[in-house]
Design a protein around this ligand. Structure first.
Ligand code: B4P
Length: 193
């Protein structure tokens, strides 16, 4: 099994690069943002609770996303590996993920962290907001709140994995293909290809 975390602030290209990485490496894509948006679309109680937080640019409570990831891991016993996109976003989520993977006798092999400047993040998300219909993308105040939440609660997650020497930083500005190539280089190094 090869388990990868794609890490970075909102708008850094996690969703974009995940699509390319899963198709090259045959990993199962687990995006907590996508899982939450599908709960919202289905108007489930979990989705209705999550929407309140997401519309304000805040993180959804840990127990909600940890429960979702736990179910998704159980639903994919045959996976060759997982790509975690947008998860973990707090230290509590990172600790919970370690425990869940340990139960499956595996762990995280690599965290790839995309580095992108704040002004580029805001400009990408406002641009996506024009077409995505995502209520958290079309308001600059909400976008800035998401970035502030990242600095307050999420950036420390990279320090958690640094302790185990699992983090590689990749420049997240440039063409999508250039960034993909840099990410693949790190995956290949780590997986011994
Ligand atoms: P997510 O769905 O994870 O979304 P995101 O971080 O905003 O975006 P992502 O990083 O995937 O977007 P991408 O850069 O690919 O989270 C949404 C919300 O859900 C959170 O705010 C939170 O409320 C909640 N949530 C999710 N997970 C959670 C968790 N674990 N715990 C608690 N709450 C959680 O794309 C951005 C744009 O940039 C796109 O338009 C793309 O086309 C463009 N782009 C990508 N690469 C580019 C490049 N190289 N150059 C130019 N543009 C580029």
């Amino acid at each position: 099994m090869f388990n990868l975390i794609l890490f970075g602030p909102p708008g850094s290209g996690k969703g974009t690069q995940s699509e390319k990485l899963i198709s090259k490496y045959g990993l199962k894509h687990l995006s907590t943002g996508d899982l939450l948006r599908s709960e919202i679309a289905g108007q489930t109680p979990l989705g209705l609770e999550a929407k309140n937080f997401m519309d304000k640019g805040q993180l959804v409570p840990d127990e909600v996303v940890i429960g979702m990831i736990s179910s998704a891991l159980d639903a994919n016993p045959e996976a060759a590996g997982f790509l975690f996109d947008g998860f973990p976003r707090t230290e509590a989520q990172a600790e919970a993920l370690d425990k869940l993977l340990k139960l499956k006798k595996t762990g995280i092999h690599l965290m790839l962290a995309l580095d992108v400047s704040e002004e580029e993040l805001v400009s990408r998300l406002l641009k996506r907001g024009k077409t995505s219909g995502r209520s958290d993308d079309n308001n600059e105040t909400v976008i800035r709140a998401r970035i502030a939440e990242y600095h307050k609660k999420t950036s420390a997650v990279a320090d958690y994995y640094k302790k185990f020497d699992k983090v590689k930083h990749v420049e997240g500005e440039g063409s999508i293909d250039e960034i993909f190539e840099a990410l693949c280089k790190e995956v290949d190094k780590k997986s011994g290809k």
